[in-house]
Design a protein around this ligand. Sequence first.
Ligand SMILES: Cc1cc2nc3c(=O)[nH]c(=O)nc-3n(C[C@H](O)[C@H](O)[C@H](O)COP(=O)(O)O)c2cc1C
Length: 209
Amino acid sequence: MTRILILFAHPALEKSRVHRRLVRVAQEMPGVTFNDLYEAYPTFDIDVRREQALLAEHDLIVLQHPLYWYSTPALLKQWQDLVLEHGWAYGSQGHALRGKRLLIILSAGGRAEAYQPGAFNRFTIREFLAPIEQTAYLCGMAYLPPLIFHGAHRMTLDDIGQAAGHYRHVLEALRDDALDPAALGAWQTLNDALNIMPMIGKSTQAVTQ
Ligand SMILES: Cc1cc2nc3c(=O)[nH]c(=O)nc-3n(C[C@H](O)[C@H](O)[C@H](O)COP(=O)(O)O)c2cc1C
């Protein structure tokens, strides 16, 4: 069994539609540790030793957040800056994260079609996430393709329920070692790997018509 740690960063959960639903799933799931960073550190005063201890106790680290300005919310950047210390996470003596896996689960206002070369946002989400992918590599972690919930503003409650179903399925499969991380590496996104993009795309399209 894979021990999963979710590092959740949403600065306005009271206004959230998508993550509020996903969080309910995560909090009820056995074998998953849910760490709400904005709740724990509202003043950005991160307890580095606590965070490092949590990381050490888990195999799969999930960064879960809404996409903000093509990146993470600010507290998750602060978390990286403080927690991933030289000599602990990287460097000649820094091996604490080696062999662990990193997965990003994010929601985006923009639709999947908008995140392509030549389209509205000009780059893929995978390209926007390159700094985190390289950070994982530097720390000796395996980087899994991200799971993306597109078109967040257009999602109906049914769409969000369906997204929560995909989210549950992915977390359970990873926890129970039913997904081979090595086989996922060739895919751009976890949506593609699991073929759930058409379902998400379809439901998103349906409500924009
Ligand atoms: C400050 C801010 C920046 C945002 N930047 C982006 C962005 O760069 N790309 C995008 O697709 N959506 C962007 N969004 C939309 C959010 O990603 C979207 O509201 C969120 O994923 C919805 O999830 P929620 O219902 O859990 O809040 C932004 C929203 C805010 C408030």
